[in-house]
Ligand binder design. Structure first.
Ligand SMILES: Nc1ncnc2c1ncn2[C@@H]1O[C@H](COP(=O)(O)OP(=O)(O)O)[C@@H](O)[C@H]1O
Ligand SMILES: Nc1ccn([C@H]2C[C@H](O)[C@@H](COP(=O)(O)OP(=O)(O)O)O2)c(=O)n1
Length: 240
């Protein structure tokens, strides 16, 4: 009996601790692509918190809530059941049991999401959900968003803040939308700037770099270089 218990205790001591990584930054800096790839490489879970804010926004729009009325949004904030699947190879998002992966990417949701995510009741609810998901991840998790390092997981083992020039971010997003014309890139850049200003300017947990976050400017880096950089930072932390 004694021998078994010593073996179990030794195994527990030597098993690598779960690692919690927060990746924040404005739109188009590479948060989702980087977080998914890093989590897959290191056997961690992956959580896209932006998808959760989009999911609540989609529910509000589908249920006739005026997204520009903060009191109406606050009243409804507890109603939708948001569920995130955290496998980095196949992340999922559902609302009240319905697959929301497609509908949350429409232009209508993108235009409304900053107003909905500025409402404190929405943030409180999703922050609690995000913390619970992170706490349950067996080997750790990469959580991406706008306020992960500052608010959701202030004790994360590693915080990364991704940046890139507005022009690079607009070109990336336009490419995703299937257009590289100068006019489309300019329109995308204006929409990005407007959303970033709203996300950075709101009162409750705005988009911001945590004081202890590592800033990585991805403007001149390939996605592979950014992934490698973040993997190295995590491995350095784990080895420390
Ligand atoms: N370093 C990079 N260089 C070029 N394209 C990139 C880079 N990082 C991401 N991308 C591309 O830019 C687009 C936006 O990336 P994404 O990860 O969705 O950003 P975010 O989650 O920050 O909004 C995607 O099409 C992605 O493949
Ligand atoms: N932790 C987070 C994540 C996203 N949000 C809000 C603000 C963002 O404009 C929207 C959408 O986030 P998402 O990461 O999907 O945005 P993009 O992929 O950059 O288009 O959600 C937030 O307020 N807090």
């Amino acid at each position: 009996m004694r021998k078994v218990s010593v073996t179990v205790e030794t195994a527990a001591r030597t098993a690598p601790a779960a690692v919690i990584v927060g990746i924040d930054g404005p739109s188009g800096t590479g948060k989702s692509s980087t977080s998914k790839a890093v989590a897959a490489k290191l056997g961690l879970r992956y959580l896209d918190t932006g998808a959760q804010y989009r999911a609540i926004t989609w529910w509000m729009l589908s249920n006739g809530i005026d997204v520009n009325d903060p009191a109406a949004v606050a009243d409804a904030a507890a109603k939708p059941a948001v569920v995130s699947g955290t496998d980095p190879a196949a992340p999922t998002i559902s609302v009240d049991g319905a697959d929301a992966a497609g509908p949350i990417r429409t232009a209508e949701v993108t235009a409304a999401v900053s107003a909905v995510s500025a409402v404190p009741e929405v943030r409180a609810r999703l922050t609690a959900l995000q913390r619970a998901i992170a706490a349950e991840a067996p080997h750790g998790i990469v959580v991406e968003g706008r306020d992960i390092g500052t608010t959701v997981l202030p004790d994360a083992d590693l915080k990364i803040f991704l940046t890139a020039s507005e022009a690079a971010r607009a070109a990336r997003r336009s490419g995703e939308l299937g257009s590289r014309s100068a006019a489309d890139i300019a329109a995308t850049q204006a929409a990005l700037a407007k959303r970033d200003a709203a996300d950075s300017g709101r009162k409750t947990s705005p988009l911001a770099k945590a004081a202890d976050a590592v800033e990585v400017d991805t403007t001149e880096l390939t996605l592979e270089q950014v992934i490698e950089c973040v993997v190295t930072l995590i491995e350095d932390k784990q080895g420390a």
